[in-house]
Design a binder for this molecule. Structure first.
Ligand code: UDP
Ligand code: MG
Length: 325
């Protein structure tokens, strides 16, 4: 029988985790595939760890990787991929925004020969207007800037074949924009539309500035186009300055016009000052990431790992949940 690893990054998800595990195991039970479910506890400060312990005692197909602190979702996913042993690996959020019921379709696509089954948010109506608009702008920007095609509106929810997982694992990048890495390795990819549900409980762990950071990581790790754009903008400004200078010179020489224009001077200097600072900031983004890359720090540290001893069929834990209240 083929084997499947399900990786679930969790950061303070205890409230919804029983429900998640129930829906996941209900779906997996019907599949002719041996399973391990790896919960990656990304330094949760609530009782996520206890909930996972209960799940583990109820179901010996459940494993837990506990990171030494909160490293962020990208690192949690990396840890999960490092330990997953399945022929196929599915990455899924713990908040039930990615419905586990999509898994049979993903497995079908994998069995028909696809290495990557990327789940596309066809309908984002459950996300706020602001998130939809900003995500739209970001995905379009990234698509137009990066060298590889990073599909729009495709999140981390996806299935990867063993060789695709190994390819992702072999990439030493410290700035892990996972969606980009997944796309970068290539292989036969299919996109399947799904409807993203609202969060089951709790709130998104991605406040605006964290998302902005992720967006910057995405763009700077997959494109140097912004640097080229800065050079281009510099060149264009220089040409205009030269033209303007020549015109002023001609006017003075031919018509004897006095050179006026203190306001022009101020405007030009502040404009160029701003543009230069922006370009330097842009350069800084790349240099900063270069620094992170050269340090070669590990992506995460493990507190404890409890992997299931073998793959097998998943059992439902609804009865256990009732027992512990
Ligand atoms: N997550 C994580 N570490 C973090 C933040 C989030 O492991 O630092 C997990 C979180 O528990 C959830 C998934 O990543 O399973 C997606 O997070 P969230 O729902 O907050 O993001 P959104 O759906 O709003 O993009
Ligand atoms: Mg979510």
């Amino acid at each position: 029988m083929t084997s499947l690893s399900v990786i679930v990054p969790c950061f303070n998800e205890s409230d919804g985790l029983y429900e998640f595990h129930d829906r996941l195991s209900a779906t997996l039970q019907k599949q002719a595939v041996a399973v391990e479910i790896i919960y990656v506890n990304d330094g949760s400060v609530d009782d996520t760890s206890d909930v996972i312990a209960v799940l583990r005692s109820a179901d010996n197909r459940v494993g837990e990787i506990e990171l030494s602190r909160n490293f962020g979702k990208e690192a949690a996913l990396t840890a999960g991929l490092d330990y997953a042993r399945g022929d196929a690996v599915i990455v899924i959020d713990a908040d039930l925004q990615d419905p586990p019921e999509c898994i049979p379709d993903m497995l079908d696509a994998w069995r028909s020969g696809y290495d990557v089954v990327a789940m596309k948010r066809g309908d984002r109506s459950t996300d706020s207007l602001f998130k939809r608009v900003s995500a739209g702008i970001f995905y379009r920007l990234l698509a137009s800037l990066s060298d590889v095609h990073i599909p729009e509106n495709v999140g981390d929810f996806r299935l990867l074949s063993r060789r695709a997982v190994d390819a992702v694992k072999s990439m030493p990048d410290r700035n892990r924009y996972m969606k980009g890495l997944f796309a970068w390795v290539g292989y036969r990819t299919i996109e399947i539309d799904y409807k993203r549900d609202p969060r089951f409980v709790g709130e998104s762990k991605w406040p605006f500035f964290k998302l902005l950071g992720l967006a910057l990581d995405g763009i700077t790790s997959f494109s140097i186009a912004p640097l080229r754009l800065a050079s281009l903008a510099g060149a264009i400004v220089a040409v205009f300055a030269l033209l303007y200078g020549s015109i002023t010179l001609a006017k003075t020489l031919i018509f004897g016009e006095a050179v006026a224009g203190f306001p022009t001077l101020v405007v030009m200097i502040s404009f160029l000052g701003g543009a230069q600072l922006m370009a330097i900031g842009l350069l800084g983004e790349y240099v900063g990431r270069l620094l992170v890359e050269t340090k070669h720090r590990p992506l995460y540290f493990i507190d404890t790992v409890e992997m299931p001893t073998a793959f097998g069929r998943v059992i439902s834990i609804r009865s256990q949940k009732k027992a512990i209240g």
